[in-house]
Design a protein. Structure first.
Length: 483
């Protein structure tokens, strides 16, 4: 009789709609009716004698693509490996020494230190320190060395296409000697009068870097501004083609596009800065994958921002270049691949209690093959919550929906807006992915963690963030208010 009753109950449960079966996620689970695959879990985090308490779940062990939610793994692994105050160092070295006349009789080598956040400002500081060291002329070449890693093989369509042409910055190519997140910046300002071409210059140098193909017209005041930019590589040189219009009363606009070769980009910018500082390089510039000789002496060096500042930018702006460079910094062995960077993060996650399977082919999530589960991500969040020296730097990289830099998350009830910190993930190819993870605070001020991974299939309809956020924010707000 017992077995017959149990069978009947199981049959009834199997016939219930998914929204009934998804405890705690009644609204979110309605997406399964259109064929979307969802892994979701919310839990209260244990403290002291308390263990974690699952509040809601929907296939929490289903392995799905996390898209840029992958970056929380990269951030956690980097903090665990390096610590919040770690700084990456970039150096100028040479086997020669400057003479009393300021002449350096040999090559000047830029030793790329794998700083994910190296900027033009850092290059200028480096040049100033070289000048302070007494160097006024280099008889040899400027050699930009990316011996740690780079150029890194592309394993996604976006990055492979970016080697020849690109209309975005998110697919920037990778190098340990990259600057400005592997992207060129061009500035577009209105011309002197309607009907004349706009003024388009590089953001970082008086020299036109990159090359510019200006197709922007100046229009009358209040005519509106619409700009597009495409970076092309022609004859081995990068050119940014800018098209559209800008009104006479418009503010200048900065546009960013990935460069074809980050180390070459660094070499060109550095050459322009050396010249501006009055340091002549007679032999031109080149790039190299060879490590500087052990006998090379440091002439100038600059330390990057502390890792906690790097992670704030990496997570807030979901910067793929920064995340993948960090992953490569953690990889074992010489000249690692992107997959080896992912493997280093997998090794870190393997030590997290109750995490389960994880596949990371990159630290950014730009690779659609990345796989994890809602339960696994929450185990990571619980682990970081229990690390008092690392947690403040980790959680600082997440966004409050009401105050975050990404405006599209400013949806839902006040409990969601003000009591949640999140990291989002988005992919559109080969299938739609909308993912979100983070922490929440209940009305009783208990800390909780949640993760939602929504994946489409070839046959599911278009998935936008509004469809996910409207449902998720209501479900999370109900959990927050109930506890």
């Amino acid at each position: 009789m017992f077995h017959r009753t149990l069978s009947c109950c199981l049959l009834v449960l199997s016939l219930l709609p998914s929204s009934v079966m998804a405890a705690g996620f009644p609204r979110l689970s309605s997406l399964t009716d259109d064929g979307f695959r969802i892994s979701a879990e919310a839990r209260l985090l244990g403290t002291g004698d308390r263990s974690d308490e699952i509040l809601a779940s929907l296939s929490p062990s289903l392995s799905l693509s996390p898209a840029s939610v992958s970056k929380v793994y990269t951030a956690a692994a980097a903090l665990d490996r390096f610590g919040p105050q770690h700084r990456f160092t970039t150096r100028l070295v040479s086997t020669a020494e400057p003479g009393p006349d300021g002449v350096l009789g040999g090559d000047l080598v830029f030793d790329g230190g794998g700083d994910p956040a190296l900027t033009s400002e850092d290059l200028w500081r480096l040049v100033q320190r070289l000048y302070q060291a007494g160097v006024r002329e280099v008889t040899g070449r400027l050699v930009v060395s990316q011996w740690r890693f780079g150029p890194v093989d592309c394993i996604t369509t976006d990055r492979c296409e970016a080697r020849s042409r690109v209309d975005n910055a998110y697919s920037a190519l990778l190098s340990s000697a990259g600057v400005n997140f592997g992207s060129w910046c061009v500035n577009v300002a209105p011309g002197s009068a309607p009907g004349v071409p706009a003024t388009v210059t590089g953001c970082d140098s008086k020299v036109l870097l990159p090359g510019i193909d200006n197709r922007v017209d100046t229009k009358a005041a209040n005519s509106g501004t619409q700009l597009s930019a495409l970076r092309l590589t022609e004859g081995g040189a990068d050119v940014v083609r800018v098209s559209g219009q800008i009104s006479t009363n418009s503010h200048p606009r900065d546009l960013y596009r990935a460069s074809a070769a980050p180390a070459e980009q660094t070499a060109q910018l550095l050459m322009a800065m050396l010249e501006r500082a009055g340091i002549q390089v007679q032999g031109g510039h080149t790039t190299s994958t060879t490590k500087p000789l052990a006998s090379a002496r440091e002439l100038a060096a600059v330390d990057g921002e502390p890792l906690q500042e790097v992670l704030l930018r990496t997570l807030n702006y979901s910067n793929n270049f920064m995340a993948d460079v960090l992953a490569l910094d953690m990889a074992a062995g010489p000249r690692p691949s992107l997959e080896q960077g992912g493997a280093a993060i997998e090794a870190f996650a393997a030590g997290i209690p109750d995490h389960g399977p994880l596949t990371l082919r990159s630290g950014s999530g730009l690779t659609p093959e990345n796989r994890t589960t809602a339960s696994g991500v929450n185990s990571l969040l619980a682990y970081m919550f229990a690390q008092p020296s690392l947690f403040p730097s980790f959680v600082a990289g997440l966004q409050s929906p009401s105050n975050g830099v990404m405006r599209f998350i400013r949806k839902g009830p006040s409990s969601f807006q003000d009591r949640v910190m999140v990291k989002t993930g988005t992919l559109n190819e080969p299938v739609q992915v909308r993912a979100m993870t983070g922490y929440f605070r209940t009305r009783s001020n208990r800390w909780g963690a949640f993760t939602v991974l929504v994946n489409g299939t070839e046959s599911t309809p278009y998935l936008n963030w509004t469809m996910v956020l409207e449902r998720l924010s209501e479900d999370l707000a109900a959990l927050i208010e109930a506890h």
